[in-house]
Design a protein around this ligand. Structure first.
Ligand code: GTP
Length: 491
């Protein structure tokens, strides 16, 4: 009986283990580098890119939006304006000419002066109207008058310009005794400012918008503010920015972030005291992360291909070695016939089949005669050559279904399926005669041998051992009877 082999890992579980190890290693390193890149990109956005863009936009604003504030400030301090008011606003013409000059020289869309004394609204084209404390449209003037600060920026419609949305810079005007005598300033159309914002957005590839101290979005680019919010919307109504609203009640600049559909948005907020507004510069991680996400996918794809190739090669090599080991374990290396181990597997199967199909099965056990003498006379290698030659004879005499084996030393077995005793005897006799008459060549010598044969048929209650034992008894009798003959054992 073959001893049970110790339990070893099967090739499949080895390949699976390799897959798990390679997978864990590769995925762990890919994810680690992905998250490291993610962190450094986020860090770069928050700490470098956004503040830098905010600085740049701020300096553009200085040029484009703060300049009108300076002009308005100069107008409020202009001695002509003050003298003309103190002189009793004799004729409108000097004031309108002055306003025309300011407008054309500084490229403003509108310019104005409102007198506290006469409540007259002057603009570049002449007198526009009298202001009225009850009119909503004129509320800005009375609000400005009551303010502590010297000026206010107001986004409103401009009656002098066909009611176009305009950003007004309203400055208080005082006489030489610091008494309030009116309001002056210039205006830019919102369209022009929106265009400016669009330019900033394009130039820096960031979203730019302005929010006032009450958390109201006051200016955006043409495409609106965060998540499509429009001018006039409250920050508190924008999903994700509700919390930020409360932080803006007093000047506070800094970095903020919010999430939209799983994507991070990063904000740099800067308070601009001249405008009394907050400048928001925003970017989302989507674009920045797309490239590293792509490289993660590429990494994983490369891993998948490399792993597949490695596993394929490993499993091929393992299979080949497994097949080779199996063959070595069941084949006799000298004759290349199945050895006892290989034979037992096939023979047990054949016995079961024979029982199932009620067919006959015969065993022929061969033992070369006086083989020790042959070895002694011609050498062990000569003996090997005879064994190989005899094995070849056996194989040539076989049918497809027969099972042959080198049983050990100079002994061989033939198991003949579906074969009667008579047919088996004929075959055994044929092999015996062929062996006797054969000349085996080795190193220039011609060698001869003969074989004794034991024949037995499978009985109903036989197992392989019983069948071979019976054939062995027959062989013993053949040897006893003088060798080079076939004997059969029926009992
Ligand atoms: N060259 C060679 N000799 C082997 C091999 N295996 C066994 N033998 C030899 O075969 C011989 C068998 O000798 P014995 O069992 O005494 O039998 P015998 O000399 O053939 O005599 P009988 O069987 O009684 O006819 C031994 O000398 C073994 O060394 C082998 O692989 N190669």
């Amino acid at each position: 009986m073959p001893s049970p082999s110790p339990k070893t890992a099967s090739p499949r579980s080895l390949v699976f283990l390799l897959l798990v190890l390679l997978g864990c290693g590769f995925i762990a390193t890919s994810l680690a580098s992905y998250y490291a890149a993610l962190d450094s990109i986020r860090d770069g956005i928050v700490n470098n890119e956004l503040p830098l863009t905010s600085d740049n936009v701020y300096s553009e604003i200085q040029k484009d939006l703060v300049r009108p504030i300076l002009i308005s400030s100069m107008m409020s301090r202009d001695t002509f304006v003050r003298d003309w008011v103190l002189g009793g606003e004799q004729t409108a013409e000097p004031m309108t000419r002055y306003l025309q000059e300011v407008q054309s020289h500084y490229g403003a869309v509108t310019s104005f002066f409102v007198s506290e004394q006469s409540k007259t609204y002057y603009q570049a084209k002449g007198v526009l109207k009298k202001i009225d404390q009850q009119a909503d449209r004129d509320a800005w003037y009375y609000r400005l008058r009551d303010r502590q600060e010297p000026y206010e920026i107001n986004v409103d419609i401009d009656m002098a310009n066909g009611d176009r949305m305009t950003v007004f810079i309203n400055y208080k005007v005082f006489d030489y005794q610091q008494r309030f005598i009116g309001a002056t300033g210039v205006g830019l159309t919102v369209d022009a400012v929106v265009q400016l914002i669009d330019e900033y957005q394009q130039r820096y590839n960031r979203r730019v918008y302005f929010v006032d101290a009450n958390g109201r979005i006051v200016l955006t680019g043409a495409n609106g503010g965060p998540l499509g919010a429009r001018i006039g919307d409250q920050l508190s109504e924008v999903h994700g920015l509700e919390g930020l609203n409360s932080k803006l009640s007093h000047p506070q600049s800094g970095d903020f972030s919010y999430q939209d559909h799983g994507h991070g948005h990063y904000l740099n907020v800067r308070f601009i005291p001249e405008l009394d507004w907050y400048l928001f510069v925003e970017t989302h991680e989507h674009g920045a992360l797309a490239s590293i996400r792509q490289s993660l996918y590429l990494n994983l794809a490369i891993w998948a291909v490399v792993t597949l190739v490695v596993l394929l090669l490993v499993s091929l090599v393992l299979r080949r070695y497994q097949a080779r080991i199996n063959a070595l374990a069941t084949t006799d290396s000298l004759t290349e016939l199945p050895n006892r181990r290989g034979f037992e597997m096939l023979a047990n199967q054949a016995i079961q089949e024979a029982r199932r199909s009620q067919s006959t099965l015969c065993a022929l056990l061969f033992d070369l005669d006086d083989f020790k003498q042959l070895n002694d006379n011609h050498g062990h290698l000569a003996g090997d050559a005879v064994l190989r030659g005899f094995a070849q004879h056996l194989q040539q005499s076989l049918r497809q279904s027969d099972i042959v084996c080198r049983w050990g030393g100079e002994e061989f077995i033939l198991l003949l399926k579906d074969t009667t005793l008579e047919s088996a005897r004929q075959l055994g006799e044929k092999i015996r005669q062929q062996t006797e008459s054969s000349a085996f060549e080795f190193a220039g010598q011609t060698l001869h041998t003969s074989t004794s044969i034991g024949l037995a048929a499978l009985h109903d209650d036989d197992d392989l051992q019983a069948l071979i034992a019976r054939a062995d008894r027959a062989l013993y009798r053949a040897k006893q009877a003088g060798r080079n003959r076939l004997c059969e054992e029926t009992q």
